[in-house]
Design a binder for this molecule. Structure first.
Ligand SMILES: Nc1ncnc2c1ncn2[C@@H]1O[C@H](COP(=O)(O)OP(=O)(O)OP(=O)(O)O)[C@@H](O)[C@H]1O
Ligand SMILES: [Mg+2]
Length: 196
């Protein structure tokens, strides 16, 4: 089988561990290739996605996982590529928070945060530390939008009982969410009153 050819013309974003490219054969997919990545962590992520696939969750706020593919830069993992309603690749929540209220009103962000929290609790999706650079804001033409978590889901607990206990999962999700909210309020001076 031929290797997919990736180059910087298709580069979408770079994290601490992976480079994310638009898939050369399908503009609605992205492919992530590790450069600093920990094989254990990569495996953990894939296993968690497989676990979610078996549970038949709603993928409304999570990109679907489409397996692995070989590339000229090493093995990559394929996910849905998140695009705005106007077709451009969506930007991170960090981008919108740092840029202030120029492009998206705070109210829109807060509403989207509320929806994301409800979604995680509804589908019992575990997250590790939530960071605005790992959440994408998919913007609609009227400025409203929805948040999609693109990185750092699942759990690194040695014995992951929260994967099998709904009560423990909910507690964990709420704990992570609380810390996330506090970090946003602190760092970006978000209006506390909006949070419940
Ligand atoms: N599904 C996606 N749709 C659109 N953009 C994406 C998607 N996945 C990743 N990106 C972009 O690529 C960047 C890097 O991807 P990702 O967060 O997976 O890399 P990482 O190295 O694992 O990150 P970290 O530094 O948090 O460990 C993201 O910050 C985002 O800008
Ligand atoms: Mg990341």
């Amino acid at each position: 089988m031929d290797y997919l050819q990736l180059d910087d013309s298709k580069l979408i974003g770079v994290g601490l561990h992976r480079k994310c490219y638009e898939h050369p054969e399908n503009s609605n997919l992205c492919i992530k290739v590790g450069f600093n990545s920990n094989p254990k962590e990569d495996k953990r992520e894939i296993n968690y996605y497989k676990f979610l696939n078996r549970r038949a969750i709603s993928w409304a706020m999570l990109p679907k996982f489409h397996g692995k593919e070989k590339t000229n830069l090493g093995e990559g993992v394929v996910f849905d590529l998140i695009r705005d309603e106007d077709g451009s690749v969506s930007k991170t929540l960090e981008y919108y928070l740092e840029e202030g209220t120029q492009e998206v009103a705070q109210e829109n962000i807060i509403n989207a945060l509320d929806d994301l929290k409800e979604y995680l609790l509804q589908e019992l999706i575990l997250t590790m530390t939530l960071k605005p650079k790992n959440i994408i804001y998919q913007k609609y033409k009227n400025g409203s939008g929805k948040l999609i978590i693109i990185d750092n889901i699942g759990t690194s607990d040695f014995i992951p009982i929260c994967k099998f206990s709904n009560t423990l999962a909910k507690q964990k999700i709420l704990r992570k969410w609380k810390r996330f909210e506090q970090s946003l309020i602190q760092k970006y001076k978000l209006d506390k009153e909006f949070f419940n």
